[in-house]
Design a binder for this molecule. Sequence first.
Ligand code: ATP
Length: 205
Amino acid sequence: MDLKVSDLSVARGGRTLLETVGFRVAAGRALALRGPNGIGKTSLLRVLAGLQPPRTGRVDPGPDAIAYAAHADGIKPSLTVAENLRFWARVFGGPDISTALEAYALAPLASRPAAYLSAGQKRRLGLARLLVTNRPVWVLDEPTVSLDRDAVALFAESVRQHLSQGGLAVIATHVDLGLDAETLDITPFRPARPRIDPGFDEAFA
Ligand SMILES: Nc1ncnc2c1ncn2[C@@H]1O[C@H](COP(=O)(O)OP(=O)(O)OP(=O)(O)O)[C@@H](O)[C@H]1O
């Protein structure tokens, strides 16, 4: 399955950030989104994931094919690491959690409540969640923030595995992830003149 984005306009807080965004990511490929702070990378990813509507344009396939991982990873603090993963596996109809635990070296932490995890451990749990979603399109916002070098390597290996199984990934990042990814700088999609759209109903902002 390929991801096709066409003629997308992205707004945040009533302001159009990006216009006529278009790209295609083939199955088995990763795309790294680049651009300066505040350009609209997170906002674009939120549109891809269906968390906010585009002003114009299309994303194919829709949110049901997409697993999104961002800063607030939807981790339930009172559940343990294993319980969090089992919960998501049930919600998404995904596989057994053992692969996810192993991929992010989380087995020693399996019975620890998520509330007690360090920032990097939380991030590993949020990324491990992708592996129990069974979804082909990964949309990742700064996935390596808080990760140490070993964890970045685990992440890169996990993405490689996903791609080798026919998945694809769109990753907003400021760092080189060591992946064989194409790069798209979204700066040219900034509107030439500022556009305010006070009437635009930005649901789920
Ligand atoms: N809820 C919101 N309401 C209004 N404006 C917002 C909201 N969230 C973000 N913005 C603004 O929208 C613009 C784009 O933000 P976004 O987070 O998409 O940028 P980014 O490219 O991901 O930045 P960074 O590289 O710093 O993560 C910024 O100017 C930001 O201040």
